[in-house]
Design a binder for this molecule. Structure first.
Ligand code: ZN
Length: 509
């Protein structure tokens, strides 16, 4: 693998064009701006892009590598640049695959500003403190809690939609509609304009606004979680009917969810279904993850980022979540409510691999009146995937953490409850929407497709090429000069439905 140090050495020799022949660019040693891709290349995790300019080095996102690389622990430690040389970091949003290595950069000497929105700052605080405390349980932690608190002091809040100057660059953040506070980053430097989409939300996400449409850039980075897939119709009514059927037969429903975003949109949709009469008014809705509860409070507080429908729903009550039947509690207390009649439990982890969700499953699994409805991708090897694969006996991870120590506790259970997948709760745009987004550009330079597995990122780049847009899915360590050649994008090609489930979008927390 070519490391950043190799790159600088080779760059000095002026022979870069021979190193990246597939890129089709003649890269000289002094041409700026240029981007090097250090993560989320033909994979989802580890987003990290280095921007070299005449004003110095900048980094856009620095997230953790997770389960989609062979050795995440080693790759998270392999920093191909010197953090002390980085002038500033631009953070798109608070998911751990985008911000999880920031404390490691601090540990290695980074002390510049990290620009993000106010909501991203609040959510990042929660996620990094959680990662730091969980990391302490590792044999070789990537960083210490003091690195997490140190890097949090570097977060610099900037508003949406306003240009600002940062170390010689002009920058603007616009809403990406992915999770609360998520942003696309526009950067003007050395006579060029770059646009980083970050993770882009679906065009009809509950609570959040649509992702911002842009109209021109010399280089664009887009995500490809879903690859070149077409839109599919989502019915929350159907979700409501499924739950109502379980409640009517006297069962309870478990919905395993990520702490950020998925928990909040599910609570919101459930409240809407109750208000629309599709669910009984007296059904209790429990949320028992303290991380999710903190995120819910932040989602409620930033009403200015909610879409018109959510604002209307909040109305005079002034809250999307804290309504009559919604209950937050500690895991031990919420587990005691299982014999008090039908209820809906929203719990982490999102893939039922640890935390409270498997504890609920342990109580609920043997009763066919109950159901578990799974709202997201389930990675191979997780309990969630085993359930969706139809396994009738699974081993649950009920490990507890007491005074910083893990107390192992595994339990085998027979699966007699109803198991089903529910759709419509993704926080990522499908390929068709991304292609339309690019189609609306008046003129656009090369589009680099990241944040998707090999097949999906390469597939989306191929569809962009059909639109006469220069596009490719970069490989790790590829470097491209931003040259300033723009073209008018053509029509969006027809897409066929992919049958494989989507790649993981975030760390399962
Ligand atoms: Zn994300």
């Amino acid at each position: 693998m070519t490391t950043r140090r190799d790159f600088l050495r080779i760059s000095a020799a002026g022979t870069l064009a021979t190193i990246f022949p597939s890129a089709g660019y003649a890269v000289g040693p002094t041409q700026v701006p240029r981007i090097t891709f250090y993560g989320s290349t033909r994979q989802v995790s580890g987003s990290c892009h280095l921007l070299e300019t005449s004003h110095g080095l900048f980094v856009i996102d620095c997230g953790l590598f997770i389960s989609d690389v062979p050795d995440p622990a080693a790759e998270n430690r392999d920093l191909p640049f010197d953090p002390k040389e980085v002038k500033a970091i631009f953070l798109t949003h608070a998911h751990t695959d985008h911000n999880g290595r920031l404390p490691f950069l601090y540990k290695k000497g980074f002390r510049g500003p990290i620009y993000c929105t106010d909501a991203s700052r609040d959510l990042t605080e929660i996620m990094l403190n959680l990662s730091a405390s969980l990391g302490e349980l590792d044999e070789e932690p990537l960083y210490d809690p003091k690195d997490a608190s140190g890097v949090l002091r570097l977060l610099k809040v900037i508003p949406y939609n306003r240009k600002f100057e940062a170390e010689g660059l002009t920058v603007r953040y616009t809403d990406a509609g992915h999770i609360l506070g998520s942003a696309m980053v526009e950067l003007w430097v050395d006579g060029r304009k770059l646009l980083f989409s970050g993770d882009m939300g679906p065009d009809h996400s509950p609570i959040l606004c649509k992702p911002t449409q842009h109209y021109g850039a010399d280089a664009v980075l887009v995500e490809s979680t879903y690859g070149p897939s077409p839109r599919s119709f989502v019915s929350y009514e159907e979700f409501g009917k499924k739950i109502a059927t379980v409640l009517e037969r006297g069962g309870s429903v478990l919905i395993p969810s990520f702490a950020i975003h998925k928990t909040q949109i599910i609570i919101y949709v459930l409240h809407q279904l109750i208000e629309d009469g599709l669910l009984p008014k007296d059904v209790p809705i429990f949320s028992d993850s303290t991380t999710a509860q903190k995120c819910t409070a932040i989602y409620d507080a930033y009403a200015e980022y909610h879409d018109a429908q959510a604002r209307a729903f909040a109305g005079k009550r002034n809250t999307l979540f804290y309504r009559n039947r919604y209950r937050e509690g500690r895991v031990a207390d919420v587990l005691k409510t299982h014999n008090a009649g039908p209820a809906i439990y929203i719990s982490t982890s999102g893939m039922l691999s640890y935390a409270a969700a498997p504890q609920h499953l342990a109580v609920m699994a043997s009763d066919p009146k109950n159901a578990v409805f799974i709202p997201g991708y389930q990675a191979p090897g997780t309990t969630g995937r085993e359930l969706l694969d139809g396994k009738k006996r699974v081993t649950l991870n009920l490990d507890e953490f007491v005074n910083g120590e893990r107390r192992p506790n595994k339990k085998e259970v027979d699966i007699r409850l109803e198991v089903d997948r529910v759709s419509g709760f993704s926080s990522h745009a499908v390929g068709e929407q991304i292609l339309e987004w690019v189609h609306h550009f008046e003129r656009v330079g090369p589009v680099y497709v990241v944040h998707g597995d090999e097949e999906r990122s390469v597939g989306l780049a191929a569809k962009l090429q059909e639109m006469k847009v220069e596009s490719l899915a970069p490989k790790r360590n590829d470097t491209f000069v931003v040259k300033g050649d723009r073209v008018k994008p053509g029509e969006v090609p027809k897409l066929e439905k992919l049958d494989k489930p989507a790649a993981p979008a975030v760390v399962d927390k």
